[in-house]
Ligand binder design. Sequence first.
Ligand SMILES: NC(=O)c1ccc[n+]([C@@H]2O[C@H](COP(=O)([O-])OP(=O)(O)OC[C@H]3O[C@@H](n4cnc5c(N)ncnc54)[C@H](O)[C@@H]3O)[C@@H](O)[C@H]2O)c1
Length: 391
Amino acid sequence: MKIGILGSGSMGSGIAQVAATAGHEVILFDKNKEALTRASEKLQKILNRLVEKGRIDDATAKAIFGRIYLVDNMSAYAECGLVIEAIIENVDVKKSVFQQMESIVNDDCILASNTSSLSIASIAAACEKSERVIGIHFFNPAPLMKLVEIIPAVQTANDVLEKSQKLIDSWGKLTVVTKDTPGFIVNRVARPFYAEALRILEEGVADVPTIDWAMTEIAGFRMGPFTLMDYIGNDVNYTVTETVFTAFYFDPRYKPAFTQKRLSEAGYLGRKSGRGFYDYSENAKNPEATKDQRLGKNIVKRIIAMLINEAADAVFWQIASKKDIDLAMTKGVNYPKGLLRWADEIGIKKCVKRMDKLYKIYGEDRYRCSPLLRKMAKQGTNFFEKEKEMI
Ligand SMILES: NC(=O)c1ccc[n+]([C@@H]2O[C@H](COP(=O)([O-])OP(=O)(O)OC[C@H]3O[C@@H](n4cnc5c(N)ncnc54)[C@H](O)[C@@H]3O)[C@@H](O)[C@H]2O)c1
């Protein structure tokens, strides 16, 4: 099956590489010719590097590159079984290109969007056969990140969901199915990792290196929240938070932090600008973590309680299955443990107690306990009853 990719930026070129590596011929189009040239040069470089590292041989690299066809219009999408759109994050532009694509592709071609934040239903509504539209959300960089969220809209046909998931699984990815709601699984459930760390900082409970130290050394995360925000870029991370906050009708749980907004406004974007929460310039001296065990444990308790509450609420609102929520966070974004499994380990009653304590201190809706956790604590149940259900 031929795969069409619309947009050859960071995501489009990465997805093209993934599909071509899986053996598909790929039709890659971008309205900007320079972007296409850049994508082609980048792909060539990446494949050369893979050959140098011995991951693939020269013939394989050439074959992968040879399967990617750069085109200057969309007409070749007529031969594709699936087209994945990865252009700018603007719903009106996306709707318009979906209409254009629909006038070109054949009747059973699946049209997918890689959007991170827009509703798939709104994009599908622009199409005559809206049942063929689905969200296929890769993470950046697409060739390296194993997780792909599959998002059927209310209009999406069941066989479109089944075919899409089967295909992306066959590309060696790990797919999880999620409801068409803001942030899908990962960009929703992960919000407290940043937001609660920022709150702790803003309240003066602990400084940046101490919070990062607690979350890596005590909780076992690969990167602390501030190191990660600097890595993602404070502008990008802030925008995701603000988008989720707005999309959830200003639910205080997702409220963005002024600290990050100011850093972003000041151009302290993180690694890419040389300064963020940390200074990345040569010979820079960053402050050391306090390494106070008691403080560290309290930081971990608070952030993990909020993360577990968010994951439990995603189950409560039927955003995805328990298994997929834990898989998305462990295999997709490398959390040390699935949050629901973590809740079972801590004990559901204890999780409720921690949330109620935070609520009592602050009196803010932000700290409301998920009704699901409360119900489970009353019933004495766990998320995963049997060992084999666990991730
Ligand atoms: N960058 C990420 O981390 C990331 C992760 C997951 C999903 N996404 C989503 O993927 C999509 C693409 O993001 P990106 O980071 O690759 O963007 P990008 O800016 O790197 O690339 C977008 C490309 O689309 C092209 N384009 C814009 N309008 C077009 C049109 N009408 N027709 C054809 N080409 C057009 C641009 O020329 C550009 O080359 C967005 O919806 C974004 O939300 C991004």
